[in-house]
Design a protein around this ligand. Structure first.
Ligand code: SAM
Length: 342
């Protein structure tokens, strides 16, 4: 637990779930039978899971998070549901293994998967996690502080070209080469340690005219570092197809993304399942080439004005959902392999 935060604040006060009822409504038709299992791949403060457990009485939830602090707080919130809730410390690209081990279904498959991507308000608000440009803290930014590189490691060891690439691609920073040059120059005098030093250096590297618009100028650099430190996009590339493979027929997947790079990965994985894989020009579509997913949303859904007003975090959400129609045909399975019935 953080030493700077009020550890007694319960999970429900720390994060307002986005598109909560829409997620439950999209998942509900797959979770109506007693014994149905949902994997919440991003348990966070357990807001979505709590709503599912309250509204759908026959469902069990496996709640994955890579952040042990999130698991601890959410488990306290969800204790009243007893063995209907199982917390699992894992990275969500392990979703198929988690389902096989904990779902207790005959084939190790589940009826629902939910992914509410990104960081939780808990992580942003905890002063000593280093995610926030507005609070001085060690440059950490790991969602799981027990392993992996910190933001300081990235800033102190990556070469200038790699830093510029990360800032440009993950942060969509227009001045990426200029900021990267300033970051490397600064570390030659003193290694990177604190978020406030980083926020000041980024501000100084960005031309004065460009600082006037678009909020805090270091926001994009902090986002880029967080994505790099946690390998967020590589993990997501593996996780969405793995989550689809963990679904039984008629199972449903709902994914909420918060920036275009995440949404593009989700969109591509769903598109692969809702389109025929038959070569063009065949007179009859072979059975094995028929789509294995049905889209449940038209494109990506956003939050409505009332939710935007209540919860600023919902401003960038893009929600996509799909239903599994049949197993993925063998010729389309790459990695990870489909689970065989046990
Ligand atoms: C936006 S929050 C989820 C909030 C949750 N839906 C709620 O209502 O409280 C995202 C959570 O996913 C976790 N997370 C992000 N990437 C992860 C990954 N690759 N594997 C496991 N957990 C991850 C974060 O630690 C964070 O707690």
């Amino acid at each position: 637990m953080s030493t700077h935060d009020d550890g007694a604040r319960p999970a429900q006060d720390r994060h307002v779930p986005v598109l909560l009822q829409r997620c439950v409504d999209l998942l509900a038709p797959a979770l109506s039978a007693p014994g149905s299992v949902l994997v919440d791949c991003t348990l966070g403060m357990g807001g979505h899971t709590e709503a599912v457990l309250e509204q759908l009485p026959g469902v069990r939830v496996l709640g994955i998070d890579r952040d042990p602090q999130a698991l601890e707080l959410a488990s306290a919130r969800l204790a009243r549901f007893g063995d209907r809730f199982t917390p699992v410390h894992a990275v969500y690209d392990e979703v198929a293994d988690v389902a096989a081990e904990h779902a207790g279904t005959p084939d190790g498959l589940v009826q629902g998967v939910l992914m509410d991507l990104g960081v939780s308000s808990l992580q942003l608000d905890e002063a000593d996690r280093g995610f926030a440009y507005a609070q001085d803290a060690p440059l950490d930014m790991r969602m799981d502080q027990s392993r992996g590189m910190t933001a300081a490691d990235v800033l102190n060891t990556y070469d200038e070209r790699d830093l510029a690439r990360i800032l440009r691609v993950y942060g969509e920073e227009r001045f990426a080469p200029r900021v990267a040059r300033a970051l490397v120059r600064r570390r030659e005098e003193h290694p990177w340690e604190r978020t406030a030093e980083l926020a000041d250096a980024v501000r100084a590297a960005i031309p004065a005219a460009a600082r006037k618009t678009g909020g805090n100028p270091s926001k994009r650099t902090f986002q880029a570092l967080r994505i790099e430190v946690n390998g967020e996009l590589e993990v997501l590339e593996r996780a969405v197809p793995a989550a689809i493979e963990a679904l039984a027929v008629d199972g449903r997947i709902v994914v909420e993304s918060y920036h275009s790079l995440e949404d593009r990965i989700v969109k591509r994985a769903i598109a692969a399942g809702i389109t025929s894989s038959a070569p063009p020009g065949l007179p009859v579509e072979p059975e094995t080439h028929r789509p294995y997913l049905e889209a449940l949303t038209r494109g990506a859904e956003a939050a409505d004005p009332a939710e935007l007003e209540r919860n600023p975090r919902s401003a960038s959400v893009r929600l996509r959902a799909a239903r599994r129609l049949r197993p993925t045909p063998d010729h389309l399975i790459s990695s990870p392999p489909r689970k065989e019935p046990r």
